[in-house]
Design a protein around this ligand. Structure first.
Ligand code: NIG
Ligand code: FE
Length: 396
């Protein structure tokens, strides 16, 4: 009640181009919650059994992190140190480290130990105001372990207050037990029928030296034939045709885009595919940043997410990711907020229930100690979160 500033995207995702620069800001309003949904926003007094004094608070929709790699186990800090002495992410991957080292850990680990590690990551994310998290398989790379990861994602969703949205990323890397990328992708496509209860979305690491554009096309078309939505790790480390392919296939999102060429940016801007920026990865790998400003100026639907994973981005703090999006990708604060709420909800096809402060929407909110929403960028390193509300329950 008496909320100093209630800040919301002006409409449900997708917001594109210029629409992304506006926010709806209401002063001194009360927000009521019933059965986990927002039931009222306005100046009227509402009867309730519990009140929160909002007079010192900025209230925003909970952050929707539409790209992470939970669940995983293990640390890759030694690779981080190797990169400091000049090895690149791809050098380490080609030498059998990188994704494959996490695959070894995940294969050894029981579902319960993977679950326990991921619950603790979700606790930390929730305390920072992240109320919905996408997570991917992709550290199993065989049927048994890919399904193990997807089952852990389903368990996380039911155990933890955060909503967890699962994606199948069997096409993440190839281990040397397989003859060729083609053979491996056939094996992964052979699992599609077993995924129906576990996920509706299929992702691939489309990258020169991993799965090239032609292989990615074949694989994702098979997925679409089976009725799955598709998305791609696209143009992350080199310009590999992933962004273009995402548009061609009508993918829900094309993620990373650090190395996307101008033509690809234009194609994305003219499409319905969400362009998801992951600036934490650029920062963590010391790589260039995706051209966020250009994408928005061209009219794209831009989302931001963390890419939280043990190798390329060990970061999940949405305030820091927003700081990077603003200071390194050229977004305004308003654009970054829309990108981490309404548009990231759109990237998960949850735009009708998440990402806005609006009657009927899920009561997922972050309560921030600030006079104005813009402080979340300048003060990103302070703990500004006074409280988090998830489905109407105060969870911090
Ligand atoms: O988004 N590029 C592929 N996948 C992840 C990294 C995963 C890992 O290094 O474990 C990414 O950067
Ligand atoms: Fe990723």
């Amino acid at each position: 009640m008496n909320i100093r500033q209630a800040v919301s995207p002006p409409k449900a995702g997708p917001l594109r181009g210029k629409e992304m620069s506006s926010l709806e800001i209401k002063h001194d309003v009360n927000i009521a919650i019933e059965e986990g949904k927002i039931s009222y926003i306005g100046r009227e007094y509402v009867e309730a059994y519990q009140y929160i004094d909002g007079s010192q608070l900025v209230v925003m929709p909970g952050f929707v992190d539409c790209h992470t790699h939970i669940p995983f186990v293990g640390s890759r800090s030694s690779e981080f140190i190797m990169r400091l002495s000049g090895k690149s992410y791809m050098d380490i991957m080609r030498a059998g480290g990188g994704i494959i080292s996490t695959v070894k850990e995940v294969r050894k680990a029981s579902a319960t130990s993977i679950l326990a590690d991921s619950l603790s990551s979700l606790d930390s994310m929730l305390s920072l105001g992240v109320t919905t998290v996408e997570g991917k398989s992709g550290y199993g790379l065989d049927k048994e372990n890919e399904l193990k990861q997807l089952k852990v994602l389903r368990a996380l969703d039911s155990i933890h207050p955060v909503d967890v949205v699962p994606t199948f990323l069997g096409a993440h890397a190839v281990t040397d037990e397989y003859g060729s990328p083609e053979e491996f992708l056939d094996l992964m496509a052979g699992i599609f029928d077993d995924l129906v209860e576990l996920t509706d979305t299929i992702d691939i690491f489309c990258e020169n030296g991993v799965f090239d554009e032609a292989l990615s096309r074949q694989y994702l078309m098979k997925a679409q034939k089976k009725g799955f939505k598709v998305k791609l790790h696209a143009d992350e480390l080199s310009s590999s045709g992933g962004g273009r392919l995402a548009v061609e296939l009508g993918a829900v999102s094309a993620d990373h885009l650090i190395s996307a060429d101008n033509e690809t940016l234009v194609l994305l801007a003219e499409s319905e595919t969400v362009a998801t920026l992951l600036p934490g990865t650029s920062f963590f790998l010391n790589e260039p940043f995706a051209k966020g400003r250009k994408l928005i100026d061209l009219g794209a639907i831009v989302a931001i997410a963390s890419d939280f994973n043990p190798g390329s981005c060990n970061i999940f703090n949405p305030f820091f990711i927003i700081f990077l999006a603003v200071s390194r990708c050229g977004l305004s604060v308003e654009e970054a907020i829309n990108a981490y709420t309404a548009n990231s909800a759109k990237a998960l096809c949850l735009e009708k229930e998440k990402g806005m402060l609006e009657v009927g929407y899920d009561a997922d909110m972050v309560l921030i100690r600030a006079e104005d929403y813009s402080e979340i960028v300048y003060n990103f390193s302070r703990d500004l979160v006074e409280g988090v509300i998830k489905n109407g329950n105060r969870v911090r």
